[in-house]
Design a protein around this ligand. Structure first.
Ligand code: FAD
Length: 545
């Protein structure tokens, strides 16, 4: 019999515990030791905001496993309240310290796996120690305690966790204000898509202070923009980003990137072949663009499995991370995958952008909700670079597009996907198929104009024609547009011959028909992508802050 191998895993939550349990399934004889600094392993960090709001009523439901249950099922030696403090790479040992007794022990390893995660950033502002953060169960308990006597909360940071907390603190009946440095909520979305989310938050009583910096925390208020304003607050939660917990790796001389994230190869191996790393502390290969961190539970779990596979001698390479993410806020779903238009334009990339606003299922079937969809495509290759969805069925559409991206299906190919349909679930032409049809039309030479390009086109002399009905137009129209309804467009087509015309409707669909008609009358024509709906969201987004 061969000598059993010893594997030490630092960090006992998402990535670490996936590695440990997979290793056990692959190697019954190994000694597997999991070192966790906190009190709990395998807890559901993604569920923490929902216990704050009482949506998940039972606190113990968040603790998925205990050291005892993991010992019984997987024969893991799980040590909580124990910290890994040093690695001796030559000797292949890791020093661990029991936090309660202070006792230290040196553990030998054949392979060491680091999954230490990332800790919430504390920005250097006066009074920052008064702010609470949310990463683990103890943090959650502190927030719940503080919320019990609080009336007015300020959440700093409008990212996923900050907004989930804002929603749940509203559920507790507190007044909630969110302060965010960027001019929008949710950075993985473009401004016009994020605006829909912002509107839902405001409609549910969340006060948004966008484009605003938190500059100090006092006992009963916060200071904004270096003293320009204050907001009352008897509880402040900071959710302004994270930093990798890579100190152990740095001290051991492992390669880190410029931001301090651990560098690994496609098998999660660090610059030391006996040390692997996974999860939030690791820089990820991206589907498009430079390696960068991605803080998602799915990736931590997936890469934990890959690390175990590599250690057990059956390596599978990681596929690039797409950054597929979803959030639900006050009944509104918002999901995104890949790159944003903002990032790609900043990089000077040639892209095509498509906005649509269908319903999530057949409009005649009860309960249909609006879904706003955005697709971003490489103009040269037709590769899908990103997508965003807000509204009914957003999660399903983004998952389909993420799958298409992973499979290398080009944007035009979305038209050909055969998706399940009955009226309560979708449309015979699913919103995802429709994106493919629009892309197909653009490839074939149809022109579109984005909401943020409209003003400059009009300044260049393009005429804007609104083809909606007079009633729709009366409810709100783009300044400078002329109303010519779609049904009367033929009568005016001759007059427009030789002109440069942008057509607009509510969502872009009637504009497409209008553009096809005018083109045949010798008009140079472009359709306002996403119509009045996208234009209104985009212009409102840039003017709101
Ligand atoms: P973690 O799960 O953070 O585990 C790291 C562990 O390592 C920690 O418990 C830490 O105590 C321990 N540790 C660190 N250093 C040491 C050391 N030296 N010795 C011993 N132990 C150490 N992702 C999603 O995809 N969807 C979501 O909805 C979602 N919601 C979230 C909500 C919240 C409130 C939070 C905090 C995160 C959420 N995430 C979500 C992110 C997701 O939880 C992380 O991407 C994932 O947990 C990362 O796994 P990890 O193993 O790298 O780190």
């Amino acid at each position: 019999m061969t000598t059993p191998r010893t594997y030490v895993i630092v960090g006992g939550v998402a990535g670490g515990m996936s590695t440990a349990t997979r290793l056990r399934r692959l190697d019954e004889n190994a000694r597997i030791i999991v070192i966790e600094r906190g009190e709990h392993v395998s807890f559901a960090n993604c569920g923490l905001p929902y216990h704050v709001g009482g949506v998940i009523d039972d606190r113990s439901a968040l603790i998925l496993q205990t050291p005892e249950s993991l010992g019984a099922r997987f024969a893991l030696d799980v040590r909580v309240r124990t910290e890994a403090v040093a690695i001796d790479r030559e000797a292949r040992t890791v020093t661990v310290r029991a936090l309660d007794s202070g006792d230290e022990q040196s553990l030998s390893y054949d392979a060491l796996v680091l999954s230490p995660g990332a800790s919430p950033l504390r920005i250097p502002i006066p009074g920052v120690e008064r702010g609470l953060v949310l990463r683990d169960i103890a943090d959650m308990d502190r927030i719940i305690d503080a919320a019990t006597d609080a009336h007015r909360v300020v959440v700093a940071g409008a990212g996923f966790i900050g907004l989930e907390l804002a929603e749940n603190l509203r559920h507790r009946g507190l007044d909630v204000a969110v302060v965010e440095m960027l001019p929008q909520v949710l950075r993985p979305f473009d401004a016009e898509m994020a605006h829909i989310v912002a509107q839902r938050l405001r409609a549910n009583g969340v006060e948004l202070h966008l484009g605003t910096a938190l500059s100090g925390i006092e006992p009963d208020h916060v200071v904004l923009d270096g003293g320009a304003a204050t907001l009352p607050a008897d509880l402040v939660v900071l959710s302004v980003g994270v930093r990798p917990e890579s100190g152990l790796a740095r001290d051991a001389g492992l390669d880190l990137d410029a931001r301090g994230y651990i560098v690994v190869d496609a098998h999660q191996r660090t610059s030391d072949p006996a040390i692997f790393a996974v999860g939030d502390a690791v820089v990820k290969q991206r589907f498009d663009g430079d390696p960068s961190p991605v803080w998602l539970a799915g990736l931590a779990n997936r890469h934990g499995r890959l690390a175990a596979d590599a250690i057990a001698g059956r390596p599978h390479a990681a596929v690039p991370a797409l950054g597929t993410a979803v959030i639900g806020l006050f009944g509104l779903t918002a999901a995104a995958v890949g790159r944003t238009e903002r990032e790609l334009r900043d990089e000077g990339r040639e892209i095509r952008v498509i906005h649509t606003h269908p319903t999530d299922h057949a409009g005649y079937y009860p309960g249909a909700e609006q879904l706003s969809l955005k697709l971003i495509v490489n103009a040269g290759t037709d590769a899908i670079l990103g997508a965003q969805a807000v509204g009914g069925g957003a999660d399903k559409r983004i998952d389909i597009i993420a799958t298409a991206m992973a499979g290398g299906i080009p944007a035009r190919g979305l038209a050909d996907l055969e998706l399940a349909y009955a009226p309560q679930f979708g449309s015979a032409k699913d919103p995802v198929n429709m994106l493919g049809y629009v892309d197909d039309n653009l490839i074939d030479g149809e022109q579109s104009v984005q909401w943020h390009e409209l003003a400059s086109r009009m300044a260049e002399g393009w005429k804007l024609v609104d083809v909606r009905t007079a009633d729709e137009n009366a409810l709100g129209a783009i300044p400078g547009s002329e109303l010519i309804t779609l049904d009367s467009l033929r009568e005016h087509a001759e007059r427009l011959r030789g002109e440069r015309v942008i057509v607009t409707c509510k969502v872009g669909q009637r504009g497409h028909t209008a553009a096809a008609l005018l083109r045949q009358y010798g008009v140079t024509v472009a359709n306002l992508d996403g119509g009045y709906t996208t234009w209104r969201a985009g212009t409102a987004a840039v003017s709101t802050p």
